[in-house]
Design a protein around this ligand. Structure first.
Ligand SMILES: Cc1cc2nc3c(=O)[nH]c(=O)nc-3n(C[C@H](O)[C@H](O)[C@H](O)COP(=O)(O)OP(=O)(O)OC[C@H]3O[C@@H](n4cnc5c(N)ncnc54)[C@H](O)[C@@H]3O)c2cc1C
Length: 293
């Protein structure tokens, strides 16, 4: 199979995944492939299906918990990285980094993506999970999403995507569709005002979030009417540790890797937090992240 894949695109075998996930977990996979274009992606998937090999698409690995070993192939679409702006419409490929793109368009004086300058995910991963903050999210600005459903390329409009709080049609159904690109509606704003807004928000993140340790950002969705971080903080769990996975001392909804945390440490800590919150408040916390098996 690897020989076949090698004919189509760059393939790395037995890959150390520490640099491919923001938790910086020690993890490996059988192989990672880097298709250059849609034809390469299509052929890659055909080969993987023919060999009945497990696979998934990775973005920036900032919303997944990787296992110690993934016995399959990870598809990396970082070569899908083109974007253009025409008449206030941004068209962006799935592998573009959301935070970089947000900074670029904001500096050009476009409003709409300014909320996202601190989100270290790709366009693909951020649409999949409807990433958001500061009162906005991808669902507010995405006009259309081009996906590959395993047979055909389709263009879905915003309502087809069934966006919800940190979710979308793709995340909910786990249908293995692949996001190829999207269009985003921007509007003309005032450059100086946008820069000041972004700076204010960046400073807020620096002051309130744990950005000095590897993490995946917020672990749990906020239950309706509550802030997950406050619930966890009120239980005195800041600093609570399992192995090297620790509830951040700065933001209780962040779990940080305080050295050499394993995915098992993180998952055990997630379970501990969930059970404490259930026992004390009768609230079922929902994990934002996806545990890859
Ligand atoms: C410091 C920090 C701050 C953060 N702040 C925020 C925040 O403010 N708001 C917020 O919402 N999130 C935040 N996050 C979490 C994370 O950055 C976002 O959820 C981000 O959108 C995930 O994108 P990704 O590319 O890393 O996805 P990944 O973690 O790589 O993947 C997530 C899921 O998306 C799927 N996926 C990825 N690309 C595609 C594709 N092309 N087609 C189909 N499926 C795909 C993957 O298979 C996986 O199931 C933060 C994380 C960190 C570390």
């Amino acid at each position: 199979m690897i020989n076949d894949l090698n004919k189509i695109c760059t393939v790395k075998e037995d890959v150390d995944l520490k640099d491919y996930n923001t938790f910086r977990l020690e993890s490996k996979c059988m192989a990672m492939v880097f298709p250059d274009n849609f034809e390469g992606l299509l052929e890659t998937i055909e080969i993987l299906k023919k060999h009945k090999t497990s696979y998934f698409v990775i973005g920036n690995g900032s919303n997944i918990i990787l296992p110690e070993y993934y016995d399959g192939v990870i598809i990396n679409l970082s070569n899908f990285n083109k974007y253009e702006i025409k008449d206030n419409i941004l068209t962006a490929d799935c592998g573009c980094m959301l935070n970089n793109l947000a900074s670029k368009v904001t500096n050009l004086g476009y409003a709409g993506l300014d909320f996202a300058t601190g989100i270290p995910g790709t366009i693909g991963g951020s649409i999949y999970g409807n990433a958001g903050c500061f009162g906005s999210s991808m669902s507010n600005i995405v006009e259309s999403v081009t996906i590959f459903d395993g047979k055909k390329v389709k263009v879905l409009n915003n309502s087809d995507m069934k966006f919800g709080y940190r979710t979308s049609l793709l995340k909910d159904s786990k249908n293995k569709w692949i996001i190829l690109s999207c269009t985003i509606k921007l509007s003309k704003g005032n450059k100086d005002e946008l820069k000041a807004l972004v700076l204010e928000r960046t400073n807020k993140r620096i002051a309130t979030q744990d950005l000095t340790h590897p993490s995946n950002g917020s672990m749990f969705r906020n239950p309706e009417g509550y802030a997950a971080g406050k619930l966890i903080d009120d239980l005195g769990l800041k600093g609570y540790k399992i192995g090297d996975a620790m509830v951040s001392n700065i933001h209780a909804n962040f779990i940080i890797n305080d050295g050499n945390a394993t995915s098992e440490d993180i998952i055990k800590l997630v379970d501990k937090i969930k059970s404490e919150v259930k026992k004390n408040y009768n609230i079922d916390l929902v994990l934002e992240q996806e545990i890859i098996k």
